[in-house]
Design a protein around this ligand. Structure first.
Ligand code: N01
Length: 894
């Protein structure tokens, strides 16, 4: 189109278009609250809604049994205490009609319908650069010209089309749960098929079975379902809410899932079987998804072993509920961790299969061949039917957004093209190249992994507050930068490693829609952390956004909002709130007492084969050691380990979680050495103790239960320094033979002027000033260039192969890299792991920094290679019971 034509078209549109500040698409939970907030903030707004009334998902999903499955007291607006007081829910899980009534009540109370154009579908949206406005065309009435365009279209509002051949040939009735007729459907006496066993099916199947002459359920993948135990709102939750509503709501906003439950700290293996069963039975009886997904044990959602325990307990329940063992087996999920696919809440779901008029067809064994005029045929049977119900789900998260096509942003780019390889967003709220465009609970936000009511309010508040601030500052456009968006993508990917969602093929990942690009779409870092990130973007001057206004006014504070790994961020934030005095201010004794106390509150680590304490003869007297042995039959290769603590703190037990974890991952024996500490024993005591201990351990490997022959050395921080020094001394003093060295964030040099010392001087637990203190206590300035404390200054030729780990946010990062590079330049085989987003303690905080797992997997692989073992630990070595889908998931997750 020529420029002149564009200009003519634009002016035509301006002439006929409805002019508003903001257009909002959708009149569900999000759209209604947006209209209310926008109006209060003084913006003119129009709501565009395809449906005939308000309600969003609750307008369309009218199938039998449709209810919410977050307790309704939590699944409500909280922005107005008077609204909360004015409405009382009748049930723990309200039905679809009641929720729809509630949304109608809200629309009336705030007089919202007057700004909504119903039965109006948005067909196209186009950014006009010259006027800095969006032009929106609809299938009903005037187009809209608006400064800001907000999609509040919901995450589950574009039903999947039937993907099975022959639907058009079927002579009976066809229904979709997501587009259920308003007048209901009479299923009495009919032969009904339900295709799908997701939440919609699991809610509707028991009620359909009660009406139909016969119900045949076509199941592709079984799901975990839990009894809802519906009834009145439970008194315990009600009294929590009523006793202090403001605190209850505030806690919900800061929680991980948007419902106020405490964070569990006890991990599964710290509990006995009886304790785990007791917790599980309590959760089962509670009939609450958030409870059972978060309250059993801390590792249930992040660790395959912790998760498998829950899976097995639920499988027992399914076997107990379903009489026919074959049907029970078919209904039992084995292909995904519990919670990785959206679990369901049910009322009599499993028991429904005991009814004589219900048949389950396992599509994994007999796939559907076609839908015919009279029913459904599988590759084994034909089912004559009167009604087919598709409960086959949605093109989730992106479907409703992409249904408006095209959404054309800057430079004529369409959102569909920009998202061709999957959704790219900043905060799940905005997209680079699409100024003044927002999504409520879009891909990249916690959305469907949270209580939607809480997430919607947070998004709406954030967006409307930003629009008001923008207006007040005189800016007219807001758009995220590519840097910020790419950074968010990385942070999303980092978060996805925290939970097990990535291990299931689900609508969370797009796997349910043929041809859809796959990747985890919701943000898995949690509601509270996400909220704090959105707030941080604002407090750091709209970090990652470009704002522009008249006369060339512009502001762009570019950057990535989260560069730390998500769990590292949480740990550092938590430490910051503790407001601890600097360790170096405590004195050596005080610091040791503090570290001991700190370590007491930390789980020691998973069980391993055996732990044996002993002493070895050092140069000036006995040195304690602790042996960590694998559970498998030895003898195993021996790793001599040196703990961290700046040559001042710690002991042979203080890195116990790390040692246990590495023993499990390597199948090797670790001997952790209690070398002597400064200031009582200054340089070179720690180095000489380390070397002497290594020599003794190598000579006594067999007595210790290890494999005779070359040993390996490993160490973290100052322990990494001792390990590195030991390798140099062993080379120069005629042994022992060392097959490899693992140096984790090692101290390698006495220089403090490398960039990492300044970049990470404070804020990452190990500070520059703490390092100064360690050096001062251990080593006089005159001695510091001695290779026994600064191995980088020594000869680095002919050393054992090395695996060197450095962390981005560690003062010691650059000296670790320098040592690795110096060794490599000298011909030593060196592998490096430069851990992005990690801090000095990331890899030793085993059960806290989950994102450290992949690094420890690499470390273990390196140690095994150095020892001449295959890099992967075999099943026999790790005591894994049997091959099963669960085990295969475990292998994928580790
Ligand atoms: O959809 P789903 P849903 N041939 O995608 C199967 C929310 N929700 O509408 O797993 C045969 O979960 C598919 O099989 P598979 C809630 O978040 C909430 O039930 O892909 N089968 C699956 O079994 C929920 O998670 C409530 O192998 C096919 C089913 O259809 C989300 O909405 C109530 C198929 C689809 O399950 C979606 O739930 C309802 C095919 N071609 C929904 N295609 C509340 O309680 C798909 N399937 C608040």
């Amino acid at each position: 189109m020529s420029d002149a034509m564009v200009a003519t078209r634009a002016s035509d549109e301006r002439g006929t278009a409805q002019q508003v500040d903001v257009a909002v698409v959708g009149a569900g939970f999000a759209g209604l609250y947006l209209l209310h907030r926008l109006r209060k903030a003084g913006f003119s707004a129009v709501g565009l809604e395809e449906a005939g009334d308000v309600g969003g998902t609750w307008y369309w999903n009218r199938y039998p049994g449709a209810r919410c499955d977050i307790q309704t007291i939590d699944y409500s607006y909280t922005f107005d205490p008077e609204l909360e007081a004015a409405w009382t829910w009748s049930e723990k899980y309200a039905t679809q009609p009641e929720i729809l009534r509630y949304l109608g009540f809200v629309a009336d109370r705030y007089d919202l319908r007057r700004d909504i154009r119903f039965k109006t579908r948005v067909t196209e949206a186009r950014w006009d650069e010259a006027s800095e406005r969006w032009f929106i065309t609809t299938d009903n009435g005037a187009p809209v010209s608006c400064r800001h365009y907000i999609m509040a279209t919901g995450c589950l509002s574009a039903p999947k089309p039937p993907e099975i051949d022959g639907v058009k040939d079927f002579k009976g009735e066809v229904y979709f749960t997501g587009r259920w007729p308003h007048d209901g459907v009479n299923l009495a006496g009919k032969r009904v098929a339900v295709i799908g066993t997701g939440s919609s099916a699991i809610q509707s199947i028991p009620l359909i079975a009660e009406q139909a002459a016969h119900l045949t359920v076509f199941q592709r993948t079984p799901n975990f379902a839990l009894p809802a135990h519906n009834g009145p709102p439970p008194s315990d939750r009600m009294s929590l809410l009523q006793s202090d509503r403001a605190t209850y709501r505030a806690q919900a906003r800061q929680s991980m899932a948007g419902v106020p439950y405490p964070q569990q700290t006890v991990v599964s293996w710290q509990l006995s079987d009886a304790e785990r069963r007791e917790r599980f039975e309590r959760a089962w009886a509670a009939g609450d998804l958030v409870h059972i997904l978060t309250q059993l044990w801390a590792d249930q959602a992040v660790d395959v072993d912790g998760n498998k325990i829950v899976q097995d307990l639920i499988r027992e329940k399914i076997r107990a509920a379903v009489k026919d063992p074959e049907t029970a087996a078919a209904l039992t999920p084995h292909d995904h961790p519990f919670g990785a696919k959206r679990p369901c809440l049910d009322t009599n779901y499993y028991a429904t299969y005991n009814r004589p008029n219900v048949t389950l067809v396992n599509l994994r064994q007999e796939p559907i061949k076609a839908i015919t005029a009279s029913g459904i045929s599988t590759n084994g049977r034909s089912f004559a039917l009167d009604v087919i119900v598709f409960a086959t789900g949605f093109d989730a998260m992106t479907g409703a957004i992409r249904a408006v096509h095209p959404i054309t942003g800057r430079d004529g780019k369409s959102l569909s093209d920009v998202w061709a390889q999957g959704p790219q967003t900043y905060l799940g709220l905005t997209v680079a190249g699409f100024p003044n465009f927002f999504m409520i609970t879009g891909p990249g936000s916690p959305s469907v992994l949270s209580n939607m009511a809480v997430s919607i309010e947070q998004h709406v508040d954030w967006v409307v507050d930003r629009l008001a601030a923008l207006r007040d500052a005189g800016f007219t456009t807001i758009e995220p930068t590519e840097t910020a968006q790419a950074g968010w993508g990385r942070h999303m990917a980092d978060c996805s490693m925290l939970t097990l969602h990535r291990l299931a093929n689900t609508w969370y990942t797009g796997a349910n829609v043929p041809g859809k690009v796959q990747g985890l779409m919701p943000y898995t870092g949690g509601v509270g952390p996400y909220r704090s990130i959105c707030d941080e973007v604002v407090s750091r001057g709209m970090l990652g956004f470009r704002l522009t206004g008249p006369d060339g006014a512009a502001q762009c504070n570019d950057g990535e909002v989260v560069r730390l790994q998500p769990d590292v961020r949480l740990v550092l934030n938590l430490l910051a709130t503790l407001n601890l005095p600097p360790i170096e201010s405590m004195g050596a004794e005080g610091a040791r007492a503090f570290v001991n106390e700190f370590n007491k509150g930390r789980p020691a680590g998973r069980p391993i084969g055996e732990i044996v304490d002993g002493t070895l003869p050092g140069a000036d007297g006995p040195l304690p050691y602790r042996v960590y042995k694998p559970a498998t039959a030895g003898p195993h290769p021996v790793v001599v380990y040196f703990h961290g603590g700046g040559w001042v703190l710690g002991d042979e037990q203080s890195d116990e979680p790390f040692c246990r974890d590495m023993v499990r991952r390597t199948g090797m024996m670790f001997v952790s050495v209690g070398y002597r500490h400064a200031p009582e024993h200054r340089f070179p005591t720690a180095a000489e103790d380390g070397y002497a201990a290594t020599r003794w351990i190598a000579e006594h490997a067999a007595e210790l239960g290890g494999r005779p022959g070359p040993v390996l050395v490993a160490g973290w921080s100052a322990g990494g320094n001792i390990a590195a020094v030991t390798c140099q001394l062993a080379r120069d003093r005629g042994g022992p033979d060392i097959a490899g060295q693992l140096l984790v964030c090692p101290v390698t040099d006495c220089s403090f002027d490398r960039p990492s010392y300044n970049d990470n001087a404070t804020g990452y637990f190990l500070t520059r000033s703490l390092m100064y203190w360690f050096w001062d206590l251990y080593c006089s300035p005159a001695d510091r260039t001695d290779p026994r404390v600064s191995p980088l200054r020594g000869k680095v030729e002919n050393l054992p192969p090395a695996f060197v780990v450095t962390c981005e946010f560690d003062p010691l990062r650059d000296e670790g890299v320098a040592y690795a590079e110096a060794m490599a330049a000298a011909g030593v085989p060196v592998e490096q792991l430069r851990a992005r987003g990690h801090f000095h303690s990331s890899f030793t905080m085993v059960d806290v920094v989950i994102t450290g797992v992949s690094g420890r997997v690499q470390m273990a692989g390196a140690l095994r290679r150095f020892a001449g073992l295959p890099p992967e630990i075999s099943r026999g070595e790790s005591n894994q019971e049997h091959d099963s889908p669960g085990r295969r998931i475990a292998a994928a997750a580790s």
